[in-house]
Design a protein around this ligand. Sequence first.
Ligand code: KG4
Ligand code: ZN
Length: 385
Amino acid sequence: MRILSIETSCDETAISLLEITGEFPDIQVQVIDSKLASQVAAHQEYGGVYPSLAKRLHARNFPVLLEQIVKNNEETAHPDINASQKKQIQEWLTRHDGLADKIFTLVKKHGITRVDAVAVTVGPGLEPALWVGINIARSLALITDVPIVPTNHMEGHLLSTLVPDDITDGGTHHLKEVAFPAIALLVSGGHTELTLMDKWRSYEKIGQTRDDAAGEAFDKIGRLLGLPYPAGPEIAKLAQSAQKSGKLSLPRPMIDTDNFDFSFSGLKTAAARTIEKNQPLSEEDRSAFAHELQQAIIEVLTKKTEIAARKTEAESILVGGGVSANQLLRSQLKSVAKDLQTDFHIAPPTLTTDNATMIGLAGYVNRDKRVQPRSDIEASSRLSL
Ligand code: KG4
Ligand code: ZN
């Protein structure tokens, strides 16, 4: 089955074309093509993602990416878009100036890639940003006369943990096999949650953040240090040059509580106080602070995941989401899994942050939930697993 997948939930505009066969989880995946436009630079002056700008940039970037995908692939259909379809698409895309016409022109000039379904993220995420993807997906599904699969972004992050590192080499790949029960740590800019699974598609959330997500903590505290958005990778870089944490110590919130919840807003308050108390920060102080901050966040994530895996007698630990790009988190969790003798699956570096390949996988897994493009599809900012 050939799936075109679309991700626009936050600040990455992404599109993938996948060929997937088999019955999940025993499936073979080929990434035929994959394109991504990051909006990070545009949001930097706001210190975080600005929803209406995200929406505008998704609408601007998408046709450019789609054109690259269509031009790169030879299996192209040349459908005639009839008047009723045009009217419908113009209605769906009415809030995005000129987008419908750009799509019509593109299809007329290059045709459109042959697909069997279109998968699109419907949540969680920023609602205005999600709607762009949904309405584009609908339009493409209508043009190509295929169904649409509404897809959960978090399930995408979860499935990305099963993808082998060489997924983008153009070849066909099996997913990694998971032994159950499994504990999944999904940790991104908007989410920090622990999910227990005793089989596929059965998700029991056993812990989550009560306030800020771990990635959000990196981003907000990094901003206090004057680092650009997203600050997670910047903090990690700065931490590398630290000699030692020294006087700049930070709390490990909720590390010893008897549950699997997280809380990072207290860390932000403590961090603000520490920065203020130690003004002016020398370069050495800044890297020592980054080191301590990274340590604090990662210790909490690692300890809670370890306890969850122990208590549930998990056979495997899965880790996905943007923060799972962090090398220290990757190595600490790997050694926890080794100590517990559980399997360890972490998203490949290319698929930790938002991407459309994971959405194509989630679309395939949920293809029984496909709907017609004209049916009601809702963006759901708080959708959970
Ligand atoms: O999954 P993602 O791309 O978007 C959301 O769905 O939120 O995650 C983005 C988050 C940002 O908060 C970013 O600072 C964080 O992932 N991040 C990192 C690293 N790379 C990205 N955090 C810590 N260390 C990193 N190396
Ligand atoms: Zn994400």
